[in-house]
Ligand binder design. Structure first.
Ligand code: FMN
Ligand code: ADP
Length: 328
């Protein structure tokens, strides 16, 4: 998949294309359903498929105080978009100046002249251009003027067999995933995402206590991306994108602790992972991805370090029990 951040990177002979616009935060099942269909339709029609998306999220630019936590950072968003089979993603830097373009300027510059769109795929509630003045009717009118068709996608909702019997007909959404993560329900988040939720970050130095407790933990830097779910202890996987694919050390079972370490009167909320049965790893400075599979328990304040360590042994047993089926 081509990853462009500016129109100047798009080859002069690119197109014709089927283009969709969106933020795709989380790249959940609603997104992947629509994108996979679009990819198949474009291929059948001999066209390229492209997603136009933005960074930072427009809400972070316009209303930073109200912007919800992002489910996926750019690295994960692009990787997951690539998995849908798209030919290209145009990741545009969103600024207040960029937002000043009228709906027509945006469509003409990016979709028509830049990507040679033959079809533009949008949701019914699409809004674009200065002051969010453009809507579906605007896009349809622009399509007639510039010679592209507009395809409206209907919401994709949970159906029987999707594993969310408690929420049939609810449309797949980033909001649903955020709700689940805020409650620590990473199982439910995975059902809506179509895969376990990820937090990605660089491993930094902590308080150097883990090793003494017998549980060294890789602490993620505070600028880790991917919404951090509710405090608690989780079963999951620690993935190391820097390792060769297929290497036995590329995907490791882990006990993940999220919280302020109240037993030690910690103040900072941390995301850390203990890789089961390993003391030989050196992960400092490495970028790792934590995949969260199941919540085991809430974070607790223990009266003694011994009590915490005893519980950590039970947590490790819990992680094994959760991951065993997946590990085969
Ligand atoms: C499986 C596991 C469970 C944990 N549970 C708790 C907990 O319930 N309460 C708590 O205060 N800290 C908990 N922690 C965090 C430890 O306090 C922390 O890993 C330890 O203080 C080491 O910190 P360091 O990495 O900064 O050296 C847990 C850590 C792990 C790996
Ligand atoms: N099983 C393991 N799981 C996680 N990190 C490990 C493991 N074994 C060794 N390490 C390394 O040890 C470091 C954690 O040691 P720790 O004493 O907890 O120090 P810190 O307080 O800096 O996190 C990790 O960052 C990693 O480099």
């Amino acid at each position: 998949m081509h990853r462009w951040t500016d129109l100047s990177e798009v080859p002069g002979d690119f197109g014709p294309s089927v283009v969709t616009i969106g933020n795709f935060d989380g790249v959940h099942r609603g997104h992947t359903g629509v994108l996979s269909r679009m990819v198949a339709d474009a291929r059948a029609a001999g066209a390229r498929s492209v997603a136009v998306t933005f960074t930072p999220h427009p809400q972070q630019v316009h209303r930073p105080d109200e912007a919800p936590p992002l489910l996926t950072g750019d690295a994960d968003r692009l990787e997951l978009l690539a998995q849908t089979g798209l030919d290209a993603v145009l990741l545009l830097t969103y600024t207040l100046e960029f937002a000043q373009q009228t709906a027509e300027e945006f469509v003409r510059t990016y979709l028509v002249e830049g990507l040679r769109a033959r079809t533009v795929v949008v949701g019914r509630d699409v809004r674009f251009g200065r002051g969010n003045a453009g809507d579906l009717a605007t896009m349809t009118a622009l399509g007639e003027r510039y010679g592209f068709s507009v395809e409206v996608i209907e919401d994709v909702a949970a159906a029987p067999g999707d594993g969310v019997a408690d929420a049939l007909d609810r449309r797949w959404s980033s909001t649903w995933v955020r709700e689940a993560l805020a409650a620590g329900d990473v199982r439910q988040a995975a059902r809506v995402l179509g895969r376990p939720h990820r937090v990605r970050g660089t491993v930094v130095h902590g308080d150097k206590r883990g090793r003494d407790l017998g549980f060294p933990t890789a602490n993620l830097a505070q600028d880790a991306t991917g919404m951090v779910p509710a405090d608690g202890v989780y079963a999951g996987w620690l993935r190391r994108p820097g390792q060769p694919a297929g290497s036995p050390d590329a995907v490791l079972p882990a006990a993940v602790s999220i919280g302020t370490n109240p037993t030690f009167e910690g103040a900072q909320r941390r995301v850390e992972a203990y890789v089961l049965d390993r003391t030989d790893l050196d992960l400092y400075g490495e970028e790792v991805v934590l995949e969260l599979v199941e919540l085991l328990r809430p974070t607790l304040r223990f009266d003694s370090v011994d009590a915490l360590v005893e519980q950590m042994h039970r947590d490790v047993d819990g992680v094994r029990a959760v991951l065993r089926p997946a590990a085969g």
